[in-house]
Ligand binder design. Structure first.
Ligand SMILES: Nc1ncnc2c1ncn2[C@@H]1O[C@H](COP(=O)(O)OP(=O)(O)O)[C@@H](O)[C@H]1O
Ligand SMILES: N[C@H](CCC(=O)N[C@@H](CS)C(=O)NCCC(=O)O)C(=O)O
Ligand SMILES: [Mg+2]
Length: 511
């Protein structure tokens, strides 16, 4: 079963050969030296734990796994043990969460800034252009969103050379893994509470992660602000969704947790029901009443939570765009609104990194300094010096289109080829991209478990901090960090991405 040549080992509980090795790792940074019997027990227990606790995804080998719940489940790809992470940068990442929330809200209110920042992208990127059209239609009718809900995730990498915590991006739409991320922390705490001794590790060093309940709380509070007990939360989903359990964790927490919430003002609310609809279904079944109320399939919608609609592939026809517009025109609480969605684009990220731009949106000098400290190098392709440097040293840069969902970035020599092509064509297409400093996190040995097979790999990690912002007119009801997601991917992979099949779900071990 354990072929010494490859480091791929298939486990089934019956066939764990006794191992002669008895060495235990020096510390968490050396999981490759874990005694093989101990390793097999860890893997076995993690697979059982994941299956029993809903740390699962749809199996891409089972075609109905994204369509029918309970069919074709497989444990989520995970790192067997948490990745060590310095406490100082952990605290820094947590502290940034409410500041980024406030920034997003302020920027989202500046319609002109959003339209101007994206005006040249609009000419060359049809998808972004369609989003901007909806945004400008809302500006024209003077649409106001009094109640605003943001469920964000700010992703960071720890740059090995400088030890700086640098932001990769700020996601303001369809942030995945608030449902599953917290389960990985629970899994790791459970494994370390059983095997801490032989591993020489302390389960208390894995920070408590309440991402699912915090996001469900924020959705429930927004639902309460809408003040219609018979209204529902509508989750906008893709027609096939293998990550549905990550989404169901939020919906089932909403349904089961309320009205038995510890939160006094929610204690006697009706249970919060969620419905799942695709954009096409919303176009077919949705309508707006004279008072702006959105009704879909006869249900009044209080909150619209997007887990689709962030990529061009989510709009295969005009029907989906009509649904997006209907949602924006309604009085339902959007998560995110079109303004929050546009505020999370990479072009806006790059614009906000320019000198004195943050000062347009925030007053507190300390907060501004804290944000700036985590900005990596970000340039538009108008910056001829940056373009020249990137052509000379393409490996030090990442080129990004205005896309979400993974798999869209340009790395290495492709950066050089693309820049030279754009220069030769002299087209406006340059405005579709941004240039970003490539961040090189520490490569560390780890053990990944995917489809019941454990792999000893060398990997890099990316820390995502979830945060929620809920505001009703001048009152900020929530502005807090909501747990975290650690993603770990083999160091040879440029892109990463759990759904894309490169990264696994991880947690962190404070050092
Ligand atoms: N500046 C960077 N340095 C190193 N890796 C990066 C950088 N920017 C992105 N990546 C890698 O590419 C992945 C996707 O990039 P990201 O900006 O998050 O796009 P998306 O919105 O598609 O997730 C990240 O998860 C990370 O693995
Ligand atoms: N299937 C959809 C996926 C939604 C999605 O791709 N979200 C982006 C931010 S926009 C994201 O969080 N990417 C990190 C997840 C990864 O690493 O695979 C869902 O789960 O609702
Ligand atoms: Mg990303």
């Amino acid at each position: 079963i354990i072929s010494p040549s490859s480091n791929h080992t298939f486990y089934s509980h019956k066939s764990f050969p006794k191992s002669s090795m008895t060495s235990s790792p020096k510390s968490i940074s050396d999981p490759h030296s874990i005694d093989s019997t101990l390793l097999q027990n860890l893997v076995h227990d993690s697979l059982v734990w994941s299956s029993l606790h809903g740390l699962v995804v749809g199996d891409r080998n089972v075609e109905r796994s994204g369509l029918v719940p309970g069919v074709g489940l497989v444990h989520a790809p995970i790192a067997l043990l948490p990745n060590s992470f310095p406490e100082v940068q952990w605290n820094q990442a947590c502290e940034l969460a409410p500041i980024f929330n406030e920034l997003v809200d302020r920027v989202s209110l500046d319609g002109k800034f959003l339209q101007d920042t994206l005006s040249r992208t609009k000419k060359v990127d049809v998808f972004t252009s369609r989003l901007l059209d909806i945004h400008s239609q809302m500006l024209q009718i003077g649409k106001k969103e009094d109640i605003r809900l943001g469920l964000h995730r700010s992703d960071y990498m720890l740059d090995e050379k400088t030890n700086l915590l640098l932001q990769i991006e700020l996601n303001t739409i369809s942030c995945s893994f608030s449902g599953l991320g917290c389960l990985v922390s629970k899994l790791h705490r459970s494994l370390l509470s059983h095997y801490g001794k032989p591993l020489g590790l302390d389960s208390q060093k894995v920070p408590i992660n309440d991402s699912a309940s915090k996001f469900a709380d924020a959705l429930a509070k927004a639902w309460t602000e809408y003040s219609n007990p018979s209204a529902v939360v509508m989750v906008v989903v893709q027609p096939g969704e293998r990550n549905m359990y990550d989404q169901h964790w939020l919906s089932s927490t909403l349904k089961e947790r309320y009205p038995f919430s510890h939160n006094p003002e929610l204690i006697n609310t009706h249970n919060v029901t969620s419905i799942r609809k695709t954009l096409a279904e919303i176009d077919a079944q949705g309508k707006i009443l004279s008072d702006g109320t959105l009704q879909v399939d006869g249900e009044t919608v209080a909150v619209i939570y997007f887990r689709a609609g962030y990529a061009p592939t989510d709009y295969p026809s005009e029907s989906e765009w009509k649904a997006r517009l209907l949602i924006e025109e309604s009085s339902a609480i959007k998560c995110p609104s079109i303004s929050y969605h546009l505020t999370g684009t990479k072009k806006v990220q790059q614009e906000l990194a320019k000198p004195s731009v943050l000062e347009r949106f925030l007053e507190n000098k300390d907060d501004i300094a804290k944000l700036r400290k985590c900005f990596a190098g970000l340039w538009s392709l108008d910056d001829s010096d940056a373009v020249k440097n990137a052509i000379q040293e393409p490996g030090a840069y990442v080129m990004k289109p205005q896309r979400e969902g993974g798999g869209n970035n340009i790395y290495g020599d492709d950066v050089k080829e693309t820049l030279l092509r754009l220069q030769k064509e002299g087209s406006e297409e340059e405005a579709a991209y941004i240039l970003m400093q490539r961040i090189f996190p520490t490569v560390f040995p780890t053990v990944l478990v995917r489809d019941g097979i454990c792999y000893k790999e060398h990997a890099v990690s990316e820390l995502g901090i979830f945060s929620a912002y809920l505001r009703n007119k001048d009152m900020v009801i929530s502005n807090e960090q909501c747990g975290y997601l650690m993603r770990t991917k083999v160091s040879s992979s440029n892109e990463g991405g759990v759904a894309a099949g490169f990264a696994v779900l991880d947690s962190l071990y404070l050092t």
